[in-house]
Write a protein that binds this ligand. Sequence first.
Ligand code: F6P
Length: 540
Amino acid sequence: MTARCDLSPVWAELQAHYAASGRGFDIRDAFTADAGRFDALSFAAPEVFADLSKNRIDAPTLALLLKLAAACGLEARRDALLRGDPVNHTEGRAVLHTALRAPAGSDAPFNAEVQASLDAMLAFAESVRRGERGEITDVVHIGIGGSDLGPAMVVQALQAFTRRDLKLHFVSNVDGHDLAPVLAGLNAQHTLFVIASKTFTTQETLANAQAAKAWFHAAGGTDVARHFVATSSNTAAAAAFGIDTAFGFWDWVGGRYSLWSVIGLPIAIAVGADNFRDLLAGAHAMDEHFASTPLDKNLPVLLGLIDIWYRNFHGFTSRSVAPYHQGLRRLPAYLQQLEMESNGKGVDLDGNALAIGTSPVVWGEAGTNGQHAYFQMLHQGTDVIPVEFIAVKRPNHGASGELAEKLADQHRKLLANCLAQSQALMQGKTAAEALTEKAPTASATLDRDVLSRHRSFPGNRPSTTLVLDALTPRSLGALIALYEHRVFVTGALWGINSFDQWGVELGKALCNQLLPRLETGDTAGLDGSTAGLLQRLTSA
Ligand code: F6P
């Protein structure tokens, strides 16, 4: 069953190539040698332009990586995914988030059902926006993981498309410090709760939903059925909770791929039906690019192949994502689930232990904030961490007059910072260069050579820059779909199941066993550390 790329003879070719020229590859020399490097290594996909030229790759490396993709049958695996084969084999499910953004009338699987579900969800969202469910000023969305991260990230990113008189709040953590401050400012009569859970069994979501219902009654609310709706594939459990408006979806929509389904309801309430359809259209355009563009120009494929080159040959264990747009500040958190829950696996499709690394750690922060936190380590630390910059050409501040001018100037500063960081990572600075400079805060007594070594940068640190013309529903849809497909590509080549998440089960089960002990303080049979901690947390 498995099509593990590390078992292909091309893997050995890549290892030899890495030893011969990959290990010592210098991006700066590559630019010196090839004036056309930027043009050769920049790619256009729908809504997204990608500069890959500041990576440790060249034409022979890419050719070998593409040969690996061909040898591992990547196109056939992609086609099986898009066709609706049960590629999530440990759960016997198809994985068809792409079908959720296929246009009406297309021959994508389940098109009629998808369109009916979408129309119903969007009609409901519009009825809320028009005030037909009473005067709703606040929507509290309760969900976690894929039932939170996608909608929360998108609503934040599309803030410029939202209405001021309709506020969206996202509550996910079982920690009551998440829910309490949200409820504190609300009026029950003007609040709509959306309970989002694919399974409707998730501890955190059900606890928050029960607490919200208790608050609703205490705050004078009477009509739960009108003020609580659910998005779930377990509509029976939602009904048992007292919810009669429940939007259902299918088991072939994975949690972390569900924002395109009725789980997107808070997005639709926030930005309206037309914008939601644009989000889907952007993602669909990227789906078409992924499905039909030759692999050597196929952006999700190229990004995935570079990920493999870095993870498995260079041995880089993490990737940092730096979106230079405040609206995208939750994108790294969203990508953590998308990538690490999908590809954080240790066995191949046949259950054999893997001898190669899989998901890198994905982390990051919006630029420029990250520059004043961890960029020091990216520039001078001992680990090489590829960075992914996301730049947005045109801002949408919604300002006018002098403020608009000031903010336009700030946008130039933002872009200059973004460009400067990737430039600095690549260029570095030698100790000799540092020696020629004056640094105002430098010690006047420390030996100048020693100081120059502290002030030098190794450079040759790789980065990718993705550019959007503007942050719109359409471009955001395309960007998210780009990441989804890239994660598929790496998972497919590693020969793993990117669509299950058994790794979260053990902790859940142990939590259920520990929960009663938090009341009784009983430590019998526990390991020493857990017993000691439990005692400390429960003692009077
Ligand atoms: O973290 C495990 C997980 O199953 C995710 O895959 C999912 O997105 C999340 O929990 C929430 O699950 P549900 O939507 O069923 O509440």
